[in-house]
Design a protein around this ligand. Sequence first.
Ligand code: SF4
Length: 388
Amino acid sequence: MRPTGKLHLGHYFGVIKNWVELQEEHEAFFMVADWHALTTGYRRVEEIPNHTQDMLIDWLALGIDPSKSTLFLQSKVKEHAELFLIFSMITPKSWLEWNPTYKDTKYNLLRLTDLSLTFRGGLRDHVKTFLARLPYKVEDFEALEELLLDYLSDAMIQALFEGYLEKSLLQELNVSKRDFYDTDTYGFLGYPVLQAVDILIYKAQAVPVGEDQLPHVELSREIARRFNGLYGETFPEPQAMLTQTPRLPGTDGRKMSKSYDNAIYFADSPEQVEKKVMSFFTDPQKLRRGDPGRPEICPVFFYHRLFGPQENAQEIEGDCRSGRLGCVDCKRLMLEKLQGFLAPFRERRESVAKDRDALLQVVSSGTEKARAVALQTVQEVRQKLGVG
Ligand code: SF4
């Protein structure tokens, strides 16, 4: 998991809950992918250490148990970098260019360039007028004009992403903030190779992934096959362990995500949770108690169903449809369930966060364990290649 900071409900129900179950039956390795964080976040490296720490605190609070699993930091196991270099030599570029994430991002970048050009077109006249009105002489008029246009179109795009311009424009353009950070890099093209390393260096049998990650596991299998074909049987082909990742709605009804600013975090105080729940999006056609509602489109009802019990959810469904139940009361009922669910995690989080030494100890012993396995694989690879 890339270190994106504190975890929210979407992370728990989408990933962590499954990890907690898996560690009971499998020898599990859970990695903080801090090198991967550079792929799109290389301009904001100062965030990585804090995000790593926050995420580890949540992992432990949510039930990842270091006595059952190995927790480690990718960047502390340098063997990942060595194997990445070797895999890069044998991975055809076309395999990476077909990666759907890469293709999507490329497409969005083209749209962004388009957008930038449109902005520039629209701004040109304004810049000309502005320059013509300057009360002093400009030596190189055209150079200054170009400079301003470059700067302003960038500033406009930034303003769009920072929320100073209409959000609907962003949706209409179907571009995300992520695309804004320069992803037209060698590292971005090659990140699935590093992912293959993350899996194969531990000779993993299986990788728990959501459907969107299937192409990456397939690529790892292809790289394993290619390596084995060239240098002899070394890597097992990992299987994708497909997990259902329910799409949790955030406070605005869209998918819960940090970048949409609509998430409920395990680190949130009860007051913050209350404020967020009371501001939840509901059925816009239900304006007051008495109006019939449509629970199937309401994120509040999603959580009633999630937290159960099912008989209660059915009752709420009926009361919403008939109009007997108002949204404020319905949110209060859901809030009660949510607070009850969050309370034990919050308590554990606080106690884990207090003992930073113990946290460091967990990571350093996990990293040591991971490193021993990775080193063994890399030594085998060096021997097969006769290099290194
Ligand atoms: S009553 Fe509850 S389920 Fe129905 S629209 Fe309002 S918040 Fe949603």
